[in-house]
Ligand binder design. Structure first.
Ligand SMILES: [Zn+2]
Ligand SMILES: [Zn+2]
Length: 739
């Protein structure tokens, strides 16, 4: 069995090995006893679990989740909490936190003939009981809620449907703080990651163990902004779903610290764990790492019968949880060291800000904060106070619409905005084609055809633009205009066949202005300024998104993988991202140049600075979330751009200051909580081991003599873990040193 857990050796491979060891020259001459071995292995595994969890001693039948280890560090009444825990003034500590994620590597191939296998398990381990789950799936209907948030690009390619598979992955739930899988709460997916799968997984996870007295529950899931709004409705509509008693209105829906950066701005304060009181500091992203470890077993699981697969997944997850459990003391004390430092740092930083805050400001902000946290469970929008009130830069589409409406209302220059937009887009398309050519120095025929088609479309757009120009500016002779050098010609003469890519676009910003120009055309300048601002805003937004994405790639696809293939994919994504960044940077530079030529006002120009290479770095907070000093990282100017611009300087500063104060306070509080939580977890872990040890001693004393030695051995094992944890934590739990 260890050969499977550690090396993912299947029974077949194992038996082949035995045959070769038996007769190295003629392994085929050794009788084939694979079927027998396989059967014995499965039964042996099953019997072993029954013994390991005490059911050979206690005379009971294992029920749901009974043949699985959960977590030693999570608070569980009746197992690892002191008797009087309900009277603890810091009762918030006893909340529970979970996170969930879809894992798409654990697929299962649909067999060619119908499976005829015996199920040894029905929900006693980690995989959920299949009959009830199937009933739920049959009765539930996946809602088609509109997507309310631009989810991260990386999320999209997860929902691929595998051909010929009856299982396309696993919806998995684990404890957020330690990453221990929750028994009974791992469910198979059939068509990508659907809410109906996760609904069942959450129901099972939250009903495991006694949560009734918990203060609140934190649920981390990277699409929670989409998952939360109708969760209650879905649960209430189904007889298969439920909330833990008394907790349905006390659930915080969190989004992982890294994923949340790929969401809308609002999602950050509404869902990041950084703003959940009592959450401590946990990323809610622990599952990805867990599954990436387990993915090595995916090929072996793919072709097993579903019954066998469930047994093996149970064994693998249990083995992971066991390792987590054994390593927990080291993990907690390491975390404590870090938390202790971070807490001091965060306190210092907050005090620095707070010391320059006026009493009036402090009172005002603190009451805003209190109100937001009081209301957030009913209305998560309350958390928007953590966002700047100053509006962010409006995208071009918004400005375009506004300008068009103005034109139509005034009955003047109707069509001008559309015409300029087309001109700007043509310029962008020229840049696209250049980019396409530059990145394929030795193009294939297919790439050649692609470029040719792009050029053809561009020629047609030029024709249309010139035709409309005649209506729009009847007095302008476009052949008479003196053009500035094309921004894309880079000083060299345009070659004739690439003429379309460097051809001049007759926008006001592209020609030398002359007093002889007709008024209508000169007036177009103002409209172009507005639209160029929009273009610049869009480019900056694209740059921010791209930098965010790149930071994400570093974190998810480069740092965790030492293996070559995965890493190569990561670097490919980085390359693609760099190319996009360059594209948007060029588009931005062009928009900025146009704004300067058009004589945009000083206020407008003050909002747009040049972008340096340095500005395009990844955000360490995302790419290396654990890197030290990231809280002090200085972000490029465009991360805090306020294009609303008409607010006066002091208002802007105060707003920035308010946000910094609120966020620094959250950071300080989270680290303070983290220290409290870690210290509590030290105690809970010790208690858990002790509980296990006592349990086995009692089983031993109540058993026939031939069963006793095993029970005593188990008791000793847990006692050993207990003693080791106690000495590990001694330093921290002794008063004074780490106060
Ligand atoms: Zn835990
Ligand atoms: Zn979101």
């Amino acid at each position: 069995m260890l050969a499977y857990l550690e090396c993912h050796t299947t029974s077949y491979q194992y038996y082949q090995k035995l045959r070769r060891l038996t007769n190295p020259a003629f392994p085929d001459s050794v009788p084939n006893r694979y079927a027998e071995l396989h059967r014995v292995k499965r039964q042996w595994q099953n019997v072993k679990e029954i013994i390991e969890f005490g059911f050979a001693h206690n005379g009971k039948q294992p029920g749901e989740g009974d043949l699985a280890y959960f977590c030693a560090g999570c608070p569980q009444p009746g197992i690892n909490l002191p008797e009087d825990w309900k009277d603890d003034p810091e009762k918030w500590k006893y909340h529970r936190s979970y996170c969930g994620d879809g894992c798409f590597s654990q697929v299962h191939q649909e067999p060619l003939t119908e499976e005829n296998d015996i199920w040894l398990k029905s929900g006693e381990g980690f995989m959920t009981e299949k009959t009830r789950y199937a009933e739920h799936l049959a009765s539930a209907e996946e809602r088609k809620d509109p997507i309310t948030c631009h989810e991260h690009r990386a999320l999209k390619d997860r929902s691929k449907i595998h051909k010929g598979c009856d299982v396309t992955g696993i919806c998995s739930v684990a404890c957020m703080r330690h990453g221990a899988f929750v028994p009974t709460a791992q469910v198979d997916m059939q068509k990508g990651e659907r809410q109906i799968n996760m609904d069942y997984a959450t129901t099972k996870a939250w009903s495991y163990g006694d949560l009734t007295e918990a203060e609140f529950l934190i649920w981390g899931y990277d699409v929670n902004c989409q998952y939360q709004p109708h969760h209650k409705e879905r649960v209430e509509a189904s007889e298969y779903l439920a909330f833990p008693d008394g907790l349905e209105d006390k659930i915080y829906y969190a989004i992982g610290t890294w994923h949340v950066h790929g969401h809308k701005n609002e999602c950050y304060p509404r869902h990041a764990t950084s703003f959940i009181k009592g959450a401590g500091v946990k990323s809610a992203e622990i599952l990805e790492a867990r599954w990436s470890e387990l993915n090595h077993a995916a090929p072996s699981l793919r072709y097993m019968t579903l019954a066998h697969r469930a047994e093996m997944l149970d064994a693998l997850l249990n083995d992971m949880n066991w390792k987590t459990m054994v390593n927990l003391p080291g993990y907690i004390s390491k975390s404590y060291h870090k938390a202790h430092e971070e807490r001091e740092d965060a306190q210092e930083e907050f005090e620095k800000l707070d010391s320059t805050t006026s009493d009036e400001q402090r009172t005002k902000w603190a009451s805003q904060e209190a109100q937001a946290h009081a209301n957030r469970l009913h209305d998560v929008k309350a958390m928007d106070i953590y966002l700047s009130k100053l509006e962010g830069a409006p995208p071009r589409a918004k400005l375009e619409l506004k300008r068009m409406e103005q034109e139509q209302n005034a009955g003047n220059n109707v069509g001008l905005t559309a015409w300029i937009v087309e001109g700007i887009e043509i310029q962008q398309q020229q840049l696209r084609i250049q980019d396409e050519i530059a990145h394929n120095p030795n193009p294939t025929t297919v790439q050649d055809i692609k470029v040719a088609k792009m050029k053809e479309r561009l020629i047609k757009r030029f024709e249309n633009l010139m035709n409309t120009a005649e209506y729009q500016f009847p007095d302008v002779d476009f052949t008479e205009l003196v053009y500035r050098p094309s921004p894309w010609s880079k000083g060299k003469k345009s070659e004739s066949d690439d003429a379309v890519i460097t051809r001049h676009v007759p926008l006001p910003s592209q020609v030398y202005s002359s007093p002889l120009m007709p008024r209508a055309y000169r007036d177009a300048k103002d409209t172009e300024i507005i639209l160029r601002m929009g273009e610049a805003n869009d480019a900056l937004q694209a740059i921010r998104t791209e930098i965010g994405y790149k930071s994400y790639v570093y974190r998810a696809q480069i740092r965790p993988y030492k293996g070559k293939n995965r890493r190569t994919r990561g670097w490919d994504n980085i390359k693609r991202s760099d190319r996009e960044l360059k594209f948007h940077q060029k588009a931005y530079t062009n928009a900025l140049a146009a704004l300067r030529i058009l004589g945009a006002s000083a206020e407008v120009l003050a909002q747009y600075k040049d972008i340096t290479k340095e500005d395009l770095r990844t955000v360490t907070a995302v790419s290396e979330p654990n890197a030290r000093g990231q809280s002090k990282e200085k972000l490029a100017w465009f991360w805090s751009l306020d294009v609303a611009g008409d607010s006066d300087g002091s208002e802007h500063l105060e707003e920035l200051y308010r946000i910094s104060w609120l966020r620094a306070k959250s950071r300080k509080e989270r680290w303070e909580e983290e220290c409290v939580l870690l210290k509590s977890e030290m105690g809970w872990t010790i208690n858990y081991y002790k509980h296990k040890s006592t349990e086995w001693t009692q089983l031993a004393l109540g058993s026939e003599s031939y069963k006793q030695h095993l029970a005593f051995a188990q008791s000793e094992l847990w006692r050993f873990l207990h003693d080791r944890a106690k000495s590990e934590f001694d330093l921290y739990l002794r008063p004074g040193i780490f106060g």
